[in-house]
Write a protein of this length. Structure first.
Length: 185
C-alpha cells in the first residue's frame, strides 16, 4: 500500500526532475545565443580589419574598372542583379589575385558559420548584405573559374548560395529600393 508520504516523495522527485530539465533547456538557449553573438563579433572583427577592407576595396575597384572598360552598367537593382557580368576578375587585373583570395575566403568562412548556426543570419545580413552581394557579383566568375581549374564543384558554394539566396531575398524583402553601385573609390 502506497502511503501519502510516498506519493508526495514521487511528486517531489518528478517536480525536481522537471525543474532540472527546464534549467538545462534554458541554459542551452542562453549558451546558443552567446555563441551566436560571439560569432557575430568575430565577423565584425574579420570584415572591419584594415587589410580585409583594403582587399574588398581593391576587388571592387577592379570590377568597377572592368565594367567601365566594357561599357557595362555600374548600377544594379533587384531587377537586373542576375544580369551582372560573370568574369574572372583576375584575368582582367592580375594584380588583385591575393585580394580576391582574401575576400572569397572571408565570405566563405562567414557563410559556413551562418549555415551552421554559429552566427545569427538576420544580424549578419542586416550589417553586410550589400557588401556581400557587391563582392559576390565581382567574384562570381572567379569562383566558377577556380572550380573548373581545381575540379572541385563545391568550392565556395556556401558564399554563392548565401549570396544568391539569402542575400538576394533579404535585399528584395528589406531594401527593395536600394541599389548596388560600383565606383572607383
Amino acid at each position: 500500500m502506497i502511503l501519502v508520504e510516498d506519493i508526495w516523495l514521487i511528486l517531489g522527485t518528478w517536480a525536481a526532475v522537471g525543474v532540472a530539465i527546464w534549467a538545462v533547456i534554458m541554459s542551452n538557449k542562453a549558451n546558443q545565443k552567446t555563441l551566436k553573438m560571439q560569432g557575430l563579433n568575430l565577423v565584425f572583427e574579420k570584415l572591419n580589419d584594415e587589410k580585409k577592407r583594403r582587399a574588398r576595396a581593391e576587388v571592387l575597384r577592379s570590377y568597377y574598372n572592368y565594367l567601365i572598360h566594357n561599357d557595362k552598367p555600374i548600377v544594379y537593382t533587384i531587377e537586373n542583379f542576375k544580369d551582372h557580368p560573370v568574369i574572372d576578375i583576375t584575368k582582367f587585373d592580375t594584380s588583385i589575385s591575393s585580394y580576391v583570395e582574401i575576400v572569397k575566403a572571408d565570405f566563405e568562412v562567414i557563410a559556413v558559420m551562418v549555415h551552421n548556426g554559429l552566427v545569427d543570419k538576420q544580424a549578419y545580413l542586416d550589417a553586410y548584405w550589400g557588401s556581400m552581394l557587391r563582392c559576390y557579383m565581382a567574384l562570381h566568375g572567379n569562383i566558377i573559374a577556380a572550380r573548373e581549374q581545381s575540379g572541385t564543384e563545391h568550392y565556395t558554394t556556401y558564399f554563392q548560395e548565401q549570396s544568391e539566396n539569402d542575400g538576394f531575398e533579404f535585399w528584395r524583402e528589406k531594401h527593395p529600393k536600394s541599389k548596388i553601385i560600383y565606383h572607383s573609390d
